[in-house]
Design a protein around this ligand. Sequence first.
Ligand code: C5P
Length: 420
Amino acid sequence: MLAGRRVVLGVTGGIAAYKAIELCRRLVDAGAHVVPVMTAGAQRFVGATTLSALASEPVQSSLWSEADPIPHTRLGQNAELIVVAPATARFLSAYATGYSHDLLTATLLATRAPVVVCPAMHTEMWEHPAVQENLATLRRRGVIVVEPDSGRLAGGDVGHGRLAAPERIVAAISEVFAATDAPGGQAGGALRGMSVLVTAGGTREPIDAVRFIGNRSSGKQGYAIAAEAAARGAEVTLVTTSNLAVPPGVSVERVETAAEMHAACERIAPTADIVVMAAAVADFRPAAAVDHKLKKADGTPQIVLEPTPDILASLGASKPAGQTLVGFAAETSELRANAGLKLVAKGADIIVANDVSAPGVGFEHDTNAVLILTASGRDLSLGLGEKREIAAALLDLIVEERSGTAEPARPTENSTPTGA
Ligand code: C5P
């Protein structure tokens, strides 16, 4: 995947700069042509000589090179991918605002290549709204963020903010190249240029200040779909109640209730090419949440429920032309009949149904088995497989349906996810 790829490795001034050496070695070992660019701060932590010795070219660090008067445009235009590891808070701020004061930030403005940033900093800095807002800006622009790990930080502190392990960064880079090389992908992935909205997780409907009505949905299937769509080049927004690790290249909007999810979907869906409602949205909520904690001494509460908005049905009723709308159906019996009814009732193009009472299927598991029905008449059964494999098979089907290359209805009972 990495062989012969021209990768610019940007290194900024954090203590984790020493790990960029290992990252560089791994990229070179995998066959990549690594062009190192260091900031002045980075060179206070590790010597340029070390990185030059391991990379494919000597380190560059200045905008003012006599040999090449415009090094940033040459670097930016020739790169197939730029990875910045570690990315400091200051670097993120400069990159988010376009403040191109040094070779690395100028190179990033001069490129059309995919960019992967790998932040590393102390937990307090990582959690600061300024840093998070800069990251949100970058994600919105399609920058892939490899989230930091938790563990030992500089100075002996322990917390979140440690640079992601080199193998995770290499995996994220490989995923970007996999999208570029995906079948049907010209300038990078079969979904390049498309906007995809995915919902994930179970909603929480407040009873009082501390209690809620919820369900067992983990959000894993929705995250897998979002990750797969981003890897295929789509611009992905994930509206989620779950707190799982954000997949590379995905913008996340966190919500809690069906009403909040509804508002987010109503705002985002009208411009989406593909909408996948994988969330387990509560069908009922307490009609009036109590604003304090209910006390046992006050007696057993009588909770009056009211229906929540059916988000999928309302998106189905106002679906723009050309949009593919996908719903999920978690069932415990009559899978096919219920999925068929939902396909029509919700105005969806595709329903993905799973029998959540079967072993290893649905809520909380890493695996799933699904029956997929399409409005065009297709009927696919995918046997037990990883949620990411189910996501890949679903996206293959969506691409086929959108390009009008879907084969006529044919039952494929018990096929494997990859065989779909
Ligand atoms: O009717 P049921 O809840 O089984 O439908 C499941 C599908 O509908 C899922 O795609 C889910 O995300 C969506 N849904 C919704 N709003 C609700 C209930 C379900 O969008 N209030």
